[in-house]
Design a protein around this ligand. Structure first.
Ligand SMILES: Nc1ncnc2c1ncn2[C@@H]1O[C@H](COP(=O)(O)OP(=O)(O)O)[C@@H](O)[C@H]1O
Ligand SMILES: [Mg+2]
Length: 305
């Protein structure tokens, strides 16, 4: 791999809080122009990893590079060249949109013109609005505009869409794609599988301090997911005979909706068994494995953190 195109390099990262090990031997590389996703259960170490990269925390071991610089020694220079998403609480309710942009632009010399950012992110009509009066989607756009006001080469977004309604999440996705279009590398921590699958070029899955998978979304799915689901509706009360059909591993039922889990040619076997029992559902269909299946099978379900 050509290291000159690597915007972020993480080699054997280790981080402890006191005697508690939060990250143990994590390595990955983010290439220029990628949207790189980091997934993992609560407490896996995602925030710790991106904070170490931004020079907000000091790694205890390993080798980190952001834009070729070591965050342990060049945190200030790195922060000038990266964008970082703010948490919801980071701005006072009374600050006006233009004031926030002006403030941020003034602390990052050489940054872009915030008037352009206002227009670019559809905030021109909200210029004089106070932060506290903005909708969730408008706040998100302001955070993105603030993160990009210094025209960064790489942005770190930690759960940017958590707490947003579905429409605002779509707006946020669009904003993230626009960041990529303008050449910015994006490192995105997320809990949402659809977001990871739709938006990210590659994904790292962290679990319990370690990296457990790293690939494109489709690579992860084809490598790790073999499960298929067959779905149909029936008012037939007894389906116990389905349990013993070939290639069926589990049958779940909610009122008239049935979901059969299985492998390989399970659809054909379920269809044959249904016909044999006089059931011909009009909505019989198969659903291939998705990223959520991969994630749940790799990280384990029901594990407490
Ligand atoms: N400042 C801190 N002091 C002590 N432990 C911490 C601190 N920050 C995080 N941790 C612990 O480190 C682990 C990883 O946390 P974090 O990086 O926030 O995980 P994630 O972002 O994946 O949910 C968790 O067990 C968390 O409780
Ligand atoms: Mg976190």
């Amino acid at each position: 791999m050509d290291q000159t195109d690597s915007v972020v390099v993480v080699e054997h990262l280790e981080k402890r809080y006191g005697s508690f090990v939060a990250i143990e031997d994590v390595s990955f590389v983010v290439e220029r122009g990628e949207i790189f996703g980091i997934l993992g259960p609560n407490g896996a170490g995602k925030t710790t990893a991106v904070e170490c990269l931004q020079g907000l925390r000091h790694a205890d071991g390993g080798n980190l590079r952001v834009l070729g610089l070591d965050p342990r020694h060049h945190a200030a220079e790195i922060r000038r060249r990266i964008g970082s998403q703010l948490q919801e609480s980071a701005l006072p309710d009374r600050i006006k949109v233009w004031e926030a942009l002006d403030l941020f632009a003034s602390v990052v010399p050489g940054g872009g013109d915030w008037r352009v950012a206002l227009e670019q992110w559809g905030l021109d009509t909200k210029r004089n609005a106070r932060f506290g009066s903005l909708s969730g989607g408008q706040r998100q756009r302001l955070f993105v505009a603030l993160a990009l006001v210094n025209d960064p080469e790489v942005v770190f977004l930690d759960e940017m869409t958590t707490g947003l309604d579905p429409a605002s999440r779509r707006v946020a996705w669009d904003l993230i794609r626009r960041m990529q279009d303008r050449g910015t590398t994006v490192v995105l921590v997320t809990h949402f599988m659809d977001e990871a699958e739709n938006l990210c070029d590659r994904l790292a899955i962290l679990d319990d301090k370690r990296l457990i998978a790293l690939d494109t979304p489709s690579g992860l799915i084809s490598r790790h997911a073999t499960k298929r689901r067959v779905l149909f509706s029936t008012d037939q009360p007894d389906l116990t005979w389905l349990d013993s059909s070939q290639h069926v591993t589990a049958v779940h039922r909610t009122r008239d909706r049935v979901e059969v889990e299985g492998t390989g040619p399970v659809l054909a076997f379920v269809a044959a068994a249904l016909i044999e029992h006089g059931i011909a559902p009009t909505d019989l269909r198969v659903k291939g494995a998705d990223l959520e299946d991969v994630y749940l099978s790799l990280t384990g379900t029901g594990r407490s953190d």
